[in-house]
Write a protein that binds this ligand. Structure first.
Ligand code: CU
Length: 505
């Protein structure tokens, strides 16, 4: 185990700067101190963690392509307190370790930044207090440590973590900073779904290599700013030409689209349909079947895949099928090859009922807020005409704690270059997609991927295609403070397609 150094710091400079920004915007308020809680500068004495993890962001070199080293930024982890199996490194990959937590556990994570620029980690999909969420205002410099302390409140499911510093999320994720955060709970464990070697997280990320096998990122270029970064090959778990040996039995595959902006339309090359058991926020009520899977950036889909009727030494190939995203045709990409490598006597049965999701009822919604996704002339993308301000919140972004609301994301498209999908993500509690409308102008592109969209289940990121209006229903409970909502096309996010919402007591 690498030595763990505990650094303490008080981020007074950051708080002072934010206050100045507020004053400059004419938004200074009496409650500035409540609005800007102090970061955890040291572990708090009255928080007794069940699990304690150290994560470090480092510059490193990894053999991504065989025989050469690629410069990466990655997150390495060590378990300080807890059971074996909480922190699982992904061997031979730039990925951060897979973290396995249980609902109800109290976890302390000390994140140390050893990169030459500021960073902060966000726990994607987790319901945690505002100052534990990795908001960009808490980004720390090289050599500093941020202490996260929270209870795992989420249902069992496939969550993940990645950096969230303003303007630099795209390049940092691209450089290699991301990992799975997998939560289990009693309800899920009782089902007897495949576990251990038969439960496989798979993150899809596109990359472009130069002649020296280094990652190429042009997030600042005009086209990338508009469309988002698109790499020319797809890595799975950080590995090109990903191959997997499986037994002829049932598996749980957990797909995460960890790409900056690329969408996927996953299909088995022999046309085998998919049995979906989970989405962003955990298990569905019951399995659903899809001919292919549409996966926008940051979305997750858990599938039950049964190789039981396959012969040993046969292959199944997973590809991303061609589709029209409204702006361009996405070509076919190879994703992975699964080789049925061994006989198994295990016979698992897919449960017909998976979970009790306890969705809210639409009648509980107190109001509907509209969020228009659009370009801002000459300066990237916006939400209701506004772009990100570090601590700025509009009146219409202020929410009473405990309220249940409908948020309607409206992608008017607009034709040409601005006809792009926006995967909209909300921090905090998960939501339910309750309505999706497609304009006649958006129908053609939508038809090329609609059958693979899974709007069932709890979600934290929802695909909004050009010409669509999508309504989601969610609660804004428990924690007050600033939380983010944004497009998870990371180049759009970095250009300001992100806003705060403030939950007030
Ligand atoms: Cu976007």
């Amino acid at each position: 185990m690498a030595e763990i150094t505990r650094r303490t710091f008080v981020k007074l400079a950051g708080v002072g700067m934010a206050s100045t920004v507020l004053a400059a915007c004419g938004m200074n308020r009496d409650n500035t101190q409540q609005l800007l809680p102090q970061p955890v500068s040291t572990p708090s004495a009255d928080f007794v963690p069940d699990v304690e993890i150290a994560l470090r962001a480092i510059e490193d070199r990894v053999e991504v392509r065989s025989g050469t080293q690629t410069d990466v930024w990655r997150i390495e982890g060590n378990l300080i307190k807890g059971d074996d199996g909480v922190v699982v490194p992904v061997a031979g990959s730039y990925l951060g370790p897979t973290l396995h937590l249980k609902k109800g556990q109290k976890v302390r994570i000390e994140f140390t930044n050893e990169l030459p620029e500021v960073s902060i980690i966000h726990w994607h999909g987790l319901h945690v207090p505002a100052d534990m969420d990795g908001h960009p205002q808490y980004a720390i410099d090289k050599g500093e440590t941020y202490y996260y302390e929270f209870e795992v409140l989420n249902r069992a499911g496939t969550y993940w973590y990645h950096p969230h510093p303003h303007g630099r999320t795209g390049p940092q994720v691209y450089a290699g900073m991301a990992g799975f955060f997998i939560i289990s709970d009693d309800e899920e464990s009782a089902l007897g779904l495949p576990t251990g070697d038969y439960d496989i997280p798979l993150v899809l990320q596109d990359r472009t290599f130069d002649d020296n096998d280094q990652f190429v990122y042009n997030g600042g270029g005009m086209m990338d700013q508009m469309i988002g970064f698109l790499g020319d090959e797809v890595l799975v778990n950080g590995v090109p030409d990903f191959a997997l040996d499986v037994a002829n039995r049932a598996y749980r595959f957990r797909f995460l689209n960890g790409s900056n902006s690329r969408m996927y339309k996953l299909g088995w090359s022999d046309g085998t349909p998919f049995t979906v058991i989970g989405t962003d926020g955990g298990l569905l009520e019951a399995p659903v079947t899809r001919p292919y899977l549409t996966l926008a950036p940051a979305e997750r889909l858990d599938i039950w895949v049964d190789f039981g009727d396959r012969s040993v030494d046969t292959d199944m190939k997973l590809v991303s099928l061609p589709f029209d995203n409204g702006n361009m045709n996405s070509p076919e990409f190879p994703i992975l090859t699964a080789t049925i490598a061994r006989q198994s006597t295990d016979t698992a049965t897919l449960p017909s009922q998976l979970s009790t999701p306890n969705f809210f009822d639409i009648s509980q919604a107190e109001q509907t807020r509209e969020v228009v996704l659009a370009q801002r002339m000459g300066s990237g993308w916006s939400l209701n005409g506004r772009q990100f301000e570090m601590t700025g919140v509009a009146e219409e972004e202020t929410i009473r704690r405990g309220s249940i609301e409908i948020w309607e994301f409206i992608n008017k498209g607009g034709g040409g270059m601005s006809n792009l999908p926006h995967p909209m993500h909300m921090h905090g509690e998960s939501f339910k997609v309750i309505e999706r409308q497609t304009s006649s102008g958006g129908q053609t592109a939508w038809d090329t991927l609609s059958e693979g969209v899974v709007d069932e289940g709890w979600k934290d990121t929802v695909l909004v295609m050009p010409g669509q209006r999508v309504k989601v229903l969610r609660r804004f409970g428990d924690f007050t403070g600033l939380f983010l909502y944004h497009c998870h096309n990371l180049e759009h996010e970095d250009q300001g397609m992100m806003r705060n919402l403030e939950i007030k007591a």
